[in-house]
Design a protein around this ligand. Structure first.
Ligand SMILES: NC(=O)c1ccc[n+]([C@@H]2O[C@H](COP(=O)([O-])OP(=O)(O)OC[C@H]3O[C@@H](n4cnc5c(N)ncnc54)[C@H](OP(=O)(O)O)[C@@H]3O)[C@@H](O)[C@H]2O)c1
Length: 361
């Protein structure tokens, strides 16, 4: 199989660096373009990054000499050169909406980390294990955009990717009614390290702008259904969230409380988690974790530092399942926010799109 040529828009940022490292040895995709703002354009990737390399693996040799392009000014040339792009930029919402649509209209599919298009009704927001069938809205989106090949697909917010996967296999069978969740989110989620955000050492900040709304509302789109070319959101369960920034480099933890119409036994919950398989596992996609949901029996697991890299940072880790006095059950979850929650989740989505023929010319 010839590898598909890929561009990373926002390749100098925190999530962009993850894309660059994940694509270095990818069996299906070849990184050929890196683009960012005019500040970085014209420099080699190594020079544009300078001292900003923020992830725990070395910068890939192949990427170092790539000359960074301007994501907006060089758009037409980039769209010609690649088969699709990943997008992870820090720009105003209206600017992102416009430039992602412009790439799609140039017949260059966009797999995006940004939140700008998450609520566009004909843009699928996909966690590949949970709602792969939402890709069926792409033909309607193409019709709206007037494209043959171009479209936008997005992944959801990183915080909910730690707890929604654990709720998913229980939701329909046991009638998930009510969820309360508190998230403990790493500083890389803000594109930061302890060097660039020293105030976070020995500190907790009880506010992450927009995160609680996303954590409560985005699951309704994930659990929605495709109808007449749009996603119709689910009406429940009701979710309430508090999101805190904690002094961890990577890994979002969530403390979850849940109630059901038909309360399952503890054994039933553990069995549904152990046996859950999604489309990525069925298709053996290159980035798919073999055991997506892993339950830890030890009282002190999962731990951020010990467990965030399970299955290459693509697994969701669960522990401490027990009955609660106010909800039916409580438990904790952990996922890697820049891998499963960002670049890794988007690469897995691109693999699904590729395997199902959405990138075909
Ligand atoms: N960090 C996470 O865990 C996480 C998780 C899920 C989703 N996200 C989302 O992913 C996106 C990127 O996040 P991040 O943490 O990687 O941000 P970041 O580290 O601040 O990186 C921002 C990127 O955007 C580029 N950029 C800024 N202004 C631009 C412009 N006018 N034109 C073109 N490129 C421009 C920057 O290029 P320069 O280097 O040239 O300035 C850089 O490559 C955000 O929408 C964020 O909400 C992040």
């Amino acid at each position: 199989m010839n590898k598909l040529k890929v561009g990373v828009i926002g390749g100098t940022g925190m999530v962009g660096q993850r894309f660059v490292s994940l694509l270095a040895e990818h069996p299906w995709f070849e990184l050929t373009v890196i683009a960012a703002s005019a500040r970085s354009a014209g420099k080699t990737y190594a020079d544009a990054i300078g001292s900003r390399w923020a992830i725990d693996v070395p910068m890939p040799e192949k990427a170092k000499s790539i000359v960074v392009k301007d994501a907006v000014a060089d758009m037409a040339a980039i769209a010609q050169e690649v088969d699709f792009v990943f997008s992870a930029v820090d720009m105003k919402k209206e600017e992102i909406v416009a430039f992602e649509e412009a790439y799609a209209r140039l017949e260059c599919p966009v797999v995006s980390n940004n939140s700008a298009h998450r609520w566009t009704p004909d843009v699928p927001m996909v966690v590949p294990e949970l709602n792969p069938e939402h890709l069926d809205v792409i033909p309607a989106q193409r019709k709206r955009l007037g494209t043959k090949r171009g479209f936008i697909a997005v992944k959801s917010n990183c915080s909910l990717q730690s707890y929604v996967p654990a709720l998913h296999p229980l939701k329909d069978e046991f009638g998930l009614e009510k969820v309360l969740v508190c998230t403990y989110q790493a500083i890389s989620g803000a594109g930061k390290t302890f060097e660039s955000w020293p105030e976070m050492v020995d500190n907790v900040i009880p506010y992450i702008g927009g995160e609680e709304e996303k954590s409560e509302q985005e699951p309704m789109k994930l659990w929605g259904r495709v109808e007449n070319g749009v996603i119709v959101n689910a009406e429940g369960p009701s979710i309430t969230a508090q999101c805190l920034r904690v002094p961890c480099s990577n890994g979002h933890m969530a403390a979850v409380f849940a109630s059901f119409a038909k309360k399952p036994s503890k054994e039933e919950i553990l069995e549904r988690w152990a046996s859950f398989q999604g489309r990525p596992q069925e298709l053996s996609l290159p980035s798919a974790p073999k055991q997506f949901l892993q339950y830890f029996t030890e009282d002190n697991r999962p731990q951020t530092k010990l467990d965030r890299m399970r299955e290459g940072g693509m697994g969701v880790n669960i522990g401490r399942l027990r009955e609660d006095t106010q909800y039916d059950y409580k438990f904790v979850c952990l996922s890697h926010n820049t891998l499963r929650g960002a670049a890794g989740g988007a690469v897995l989505l691109a693999e699904l799109l590729c395997a199902e023929g959405w990138f075909d010319r």
